[in-house]
Ligand binder design. Sequence first.
Ligand code: SAM
Length: 239
Amino acid sequence: VSFGYQDVDPDEKTRRVGEVFSNVASKYDLMNDAMSGGLHRIWKDVFVRRVKPRAGEHILDMAGGTGDIAFRMAPSGAAITVADINPEMLEVGMERAAKRGLDGMVWTEANAEELQFPDKFFDAYTIAFGIRNVTDIPKALREAHRVLKRGGRFFVLEFSTTQWPGFADVYDAYSHKLVPQLGKLLAQDADSYRYLIESIRRFPDMPSFEKMIGEAGFVRTKVEPMLGGLVAIHSGWKI
Ligand code: SAM
C-alpha cells in the first residue's frame, strides 16, 4: 500500500475517498472558502503562475474536481483536460464551465494511478489538493511522468507540514476541532472532513515527497513552501 497509508486497505481507501467527494461535491467550493478563509484562491493563483500555461499546449489537470485550476489556466489558450475519479465533482465542474462560457475543455473520469492517455502527450501536468487522496501515490507519479512529453512540466499543489512552530499548534487545533464542525454545519458531514484532515496529517513531509517525485523519474525537482509549508508547490521536469 502507498506511502503513509500502510494501515489502510487500498480498495477501502479508494472507496472511502470516492464516498467523501461524492458527499462534498455540491458544497465543495463553499467549504474551500470557509475552511481556508479564502486563502485557497491565492494558493491556486500562485500555483497557476508557476505553471505558466501557454496557447497551444496540452495540459492535464489531474484530480481537477470542480475546475478551480482549469478555469485559471483557460485564459492562456492552452488545451485543458480535466480528469477526476469522481463523476459528481466533474459534474459540478462542467456546470460551472458552462456558466462561464468555457466550452473548450475536456472533462473525463480517470484514476490518477492508471491513465487512459497515450505516452508523451501533455506539455504539463497539474494536480492540486489531489495527490494526497490517491491510494498508490508512487504509481500516480509514474503515470504523470509517462503521459508527459520530454521537456514536460509537473506541478503539485498540496497541504504539507508547516515549519513555523507556533503556527503548527494553532493549525492543529483549528483543523481537528473546527474543520469537522464546519463540515457538519455547512455540509452536514463531519466525517468526510475528519477524513480530509487526517489525510493531510498523514501526507509525507516536503523532503520525502520531493524524493518520491525524483524516484518517479522527474529531474530538477523543487519545493516552494507557502505559510512555512502548510501548503507547498512541488515541481519537476521530464527530460
Ligand atoms: N483540484 C481541485 C481543486 O483544487 O479545487 C479539486 C481538489 S479535491 C480536494 C480532490 C479531488 O481529487 C477530488 O475531486 C477527488 O475526486 C479527486 N481524486 C481523489 N482520488 C483520485 C484518484 N485516484 N484519481 C483521480 N482523482 C482523484
